[in-house]
Ligand binder design. Sequence first.
Ligand SMILES: Cc1cc2nc3c(=O)[nH]c(=O)nc-3n(C[C@H](O)[C@H](O)[C@H](O)COP(=O)(O)O)c2cc1C
Length: 183
Amino acid sequence: MERKIGIIYSSIDGQTKKICKKLSANFNKNQIKTALFSIENFNGNLSEFHTLIIGASIRYGKHNKQVYEFILKNKEHLKEIKTAFFSVNLVARKEDKNTPSTNPYLIKFIKEINWTPDFLEVFAGKLDYKSYSIIDRIMIKLIMRLTDGPTKSKEPIEFTNWQKVDDFSLKINQNCKNKHITL
Ligand SMILES: Cc1cc2nc3c(=O)[nH]c(=O)nc-3n(C[C@H](O)[C@H](O)[C@H](O)COP(=O)(O)O)c2cc1C
């Protein structure tokens, strides 16, 4: 069986999924096979993967509970393969909060889950007031006001740095090669 990179996303509005699709396309360009799943519909067999990437967005300060459950349930297996985790949130649009060691959500997540993936990253997400419910819009505006962000915009604002996404896939790709993992 040819082993691949598994990519699992937890995404509500689609930005984390979009980032995962870009990572997948980058690997495929380098002849590395991938399998993409949402955390809700994961039906893969972990032994199919030499590397597993998990991406999850933040909603009201938290990653999806299913992400914690998945990692805790598979912790032993995850130690046997290469692993990567990234978080997507709006706080990461700020330069002083956009690295694994400065983003509060990622710091908290890693502490709580007591799991150390080989690669960690954080990406800024998307702000799209028009797509939010009234309550969510009020709440996000409040968060933006408190953190000096845009409190209105008719158009979606994508804060994701796509070069950083490309660099992340390159780093994982490079490591697979260095460790002589059969792709
Ligand atoms: C209801 C709601 C709550 C959010 N809460 C937070 C938050 O607490 N902190 C933060 O940095 N970003 C927050 N965000 C921003 C999202 O993390 C960001 O929009 C991200 O791109 C969403 O990713 P997804 O499309 O994959 O779900 C929130 C967004 C929404 C819609």
